[in-house]
Each structure stands twice: as C-alpha cells, then as structure tokens.
Design a protein around this ligand. Structure first.
Ligand SMILES: *Cc1c(COP(=O)(O)O)cnc(C)c1O
Length: 425
C-alpha cells in the first residue's frame, strides 16, 4: 500500500509533536506501520492523504454513531458558530441539553458538563470522595477512565493490595489510594469494601478499553448490592457505552443501579464535551452549591452542546435496532471462523472485538494472553483491504449507523480472506 504522503507527514510530525501524535494509540505502535493521516470523512468512511478510502470501524473511538459529517450535526455547528463560540456565561441550550441527558439516562437526576472523559471521571471521583468523606477508590483491572493520576494505575502484585503507578510521574502515594480488582469477580471487591474505607468503585460496565468484555449478569447486580451494603458509591463510566448500548447506556441496557455516571464521546457529537451526574443529593455537593470544587472555562461550550444535541436528536429507537442488526450480521459472518481458528468474537450491542485467543476473555489477565503479533498482521492486512480496525487488540470496534450493506459484506469478506491467509502460513 502506497503511504508516501502519510509517511512524510508522520516524519514531519515526529519532529514537532512527541511520537507524532496527540494521543498515543494513534501512533500505531501496537500494530507497527504508519498511521494514515486523515483528510476527510463522511458517513462510515474516511479518506487519507494518499487517497485511500477506508470503512471506519473506530468512529473517532465511539462518538460518530450517526456517521461522520452528518448534515444535521454540521448544520447545527454552523448555525451556532455564527452566533458566537464561547461566552463563559450560562446559555439556554445548556439547560435544554441537561434536561435531555437526564430524561435519557436512568441514573441522572442532575448533570454537570465538562470537556473530556478524563475530566468527567476525575471530577466524579472527587465528588464521591467529598460526599463519602473517604479517600480510597477501587478500579477494575483493564478498565480505562482517562489519563489522570487516580485511575492511571496497574494492579499490585498481591490480589487485594495497593495499585502501582501506571505511568512515570504518578506518585505512589496517589496510586496507593486506588485498589484494583479483576473484572467479573466479586471476591476481591468484597475484601476491599469490607474495610469500609472505600469512597467509590469505578468501572466500565461493558469494558471496551481492554477489547470488548461481556459482563457476567450476576457480577453487576452483585457489585451494586455490595456497594450499598458498605456505603460505597458505584460510578459507572459510560463515556464509551452512554448512548451507544442504549439511550440510557449500559445502566439502562443491563439495569444497573448506580450512584454516579460519566458520559463523553457520543454526547459531544464529535466535539470536545463530556458530563458527569447522578443522584441529586450527591450532585448538590458540587460548587457553587456544596464544598466539592469543580470548574471549566469551556464547559458547556455552545458549539459542543449544539453538536451533542443534534446527535442525540438523531438517536431514535430505530437507530439502536438498526445498529444491533448490523452488528449481528457482522457477528454471524465472522463466527464460523472462530470454530476453525484460535480466535474469538465478543460483542455487546454495536461494540465488539475479534480476539486472537481461543476463548473470549473474561478479564484483563485473559486479554493479555492474546496473540498480539498475529493481531498486528491482521490489522495491517485489513487496512490494505480498506477496513480500518482499531490499531490495538486492547480496543473495541464501534459501528456507525451510516454503515451500508455493501460495507458489511466487504468487512466480512475481508476478515475471511485475511484470517484464512494468516493461519495458512
Ligand atoms: C475514552 C474514555 C475515557 C476518556 O475520555 P477522553 O475524552 O479521552 O478523556 C474515559 N472513560 C472511558 C470508558 C473511555 O472510553
């Protein structure tokens, strides 16, 4: 595949932006090769600097659920931009948007807007600590909640011990306030909660950041019961699953009784916007009402609110039915391969991962057993066939409803050809 233009921009980028990218996964380190530099996108397709056209299975890591450059979203941004792009003062649209979010999500009595998923989980954790007057939080191994200190941690060596910093620059004193537990397991969580020191458990109810993991049904119900028993808040991070698995996210789809939720990605319609919210009594602890401080210059930004509202307005019930049908078509197309080769397919709604492991993983340790080299070859060969999978085994595919029947067929045919060829050698 000719990548002359992308290669030359990547070289130039590496001189001026660390690693050439503004967010690490874009550098393609996990799959080797040059990341395509994107010129434009429309519907379910992206075009790069060398003129290659891809079926986009990332959708900007989730937000583009109605497809790229949807005319109604573009129009809303355009109209709003003509009336000013930021005021640092309240607007009517923020109120309408907040009402729409609370009507859509079962956990939200009140909501506060911010600008990124990272901020939303950082503030939700501070709020939980302020409300419970406890310092410790529990995080699930392999779940991702953004790039801030409390959640950028790794499991310690013992089962129920302190977490270790997940990056240089994070003090161990901070990491040690976070405890970790494996996904789909209540035993370790129980040990943590029994200390009665835990402010909150935060998790992705359907993890997408270690590849897509299917939660066991007893797990989420048991978790919420344990949290109640010990005065610990349950924070469901719906930055990825909110408005993706249902309008009310994973909490609606899987009937989870949470105290706080965080939203991002889809709610911004492709612009930088996120939110956190939950039970009124907890949310009223936020400044200026309460003593937990939180703020943001561009929070509730008019352009982002307009893009978010226009996107949510397009998400009628039929969209979820259609997305489910498209995802099932792809699943049925790929499943026969999982019987012949040591690969597995995990899906919830319109998010899925093809794992290079015989059985679909149940937790992060099992994801680590995948054949990452083979995944890298798979990714490169799919890209050559014009299908842009997420460039890491630790990521999930996010379908957009702009995907057409012929795209679906191209994906299935491509996966068959590539998998057959990979295991033939
Ligand atoms: C993407 C993501 C985040 C971080 O959001 P940013 O906008 O990248 O800061 C947090 N939690 C989950 C579950 C995510 O998928």
């Amino acid at each position: 595949m000719n990548q002359e233009q992308s290669q030359s921009w990547f070289t130039r980028a590496q001189n001026i932006i660390p690693g050439g990218v503004n967010s690490p996964v874009r550098a393609f380190n996990a799959v080797e090769g040059t990341p395509p530099f994107i010129v434009s996108a429309e519907g379910a397709h992206m075009i790069d600097e060398d003129g290659h056209r891809y079926i986009d299975l990332i959708g900007s890591w989730g937000p583009m659920i109605v497809g790229h450059a949807h005319p109604e979203v573009v129009e809303a941004i355009h109209q709003t931009a003509m009336t000013g792009t930021s005021f640092g003062a309240p607007t009517k649209a923020e109120v309408l948007f907040a009402e729409e979010l609370c009507a859509a999500h079962p956990v939200l009595d009140m909501v506060r807007l911010c600008s990124s998923g990272t901020e939303s989980t950082m503030h939700a954790i501070r709020l939980a600590r302020g409300y419970t007057q406890r310092d410790v939080i529990v995080k699930i191994d392999g779940c991702y909640h953004g790039a801030h200190d409390a959640v950028l941690v790794e499991a310690g060596s013992g089962v129920a011990t302190f977490a270790k910093p997940g990056s240089a620059g994070i003090p161990s004193a901070i990491a040690e306030l976070t405890r970790t537990a494996p996904f789909n397991d209540l035993e370790v969580i129980k040990q943590h909660l029994e200390t009665n020191e835990v402010a909150a458990v935060i998790l992705e109810a359907v993890p997408g950041n270690m590849g897509c993991i299917v939660p066991q049904s007893a797990y989420l119900q048991g978790l919420s019961a344990l949290c109640k028993e010990h005065g610990t808040l349950l924070i469901v991070d719906e930055v990825m699953t909110g408005f993706r698995l249902a309008k009310g996210g994973a909490c609606e789809r899987l009937q989870i009784d949470a105290d706080l939720v965080t939203l991002g990605k889809i709610v911004g319609g492709g612009l930088p916007l996120a939110a956190f919210g939950g039970r009124r009594e907890i949310m009223e602890c936020l400044s200026p009402l309460g003593s937990v401080y939180q703020a943001g210059t561009l929070s509730g930004n008019p352009l982002a609110v307009a893009a978010g509202r226009a996107t949510l307005n397009l998400l009628g019930d039929h969209v979820y039915t259609e997305l489910e049908e498209k995802a099932v078509r792809i699943e049925e197309g790929i499943l026969p391969l999982t019987e012949r080769f040591p690969i597995s397919f995990a899906r919830v709604g319109s998010m899925f991962t093809l794992f290079f492991r015989d059985q679909a993983p149940q937790n992060f340790d099992q994801v680590k057993e995948c054949d990452f080299a083979l995944f890298g070859s798979f990714h490169r060969k799919m890209l050559e066939k014009g299908v842009y999978f997420p460039p890491s085994q630790y990521e999930a595919v996010f379908l957009s409803n702009a995907l057409h029947e012929q795209d679906i067929q191209q994906i299935i045919d491509g996966v068959h050809e590539v998998i057959e060829a990979l295991f033939a050698t």
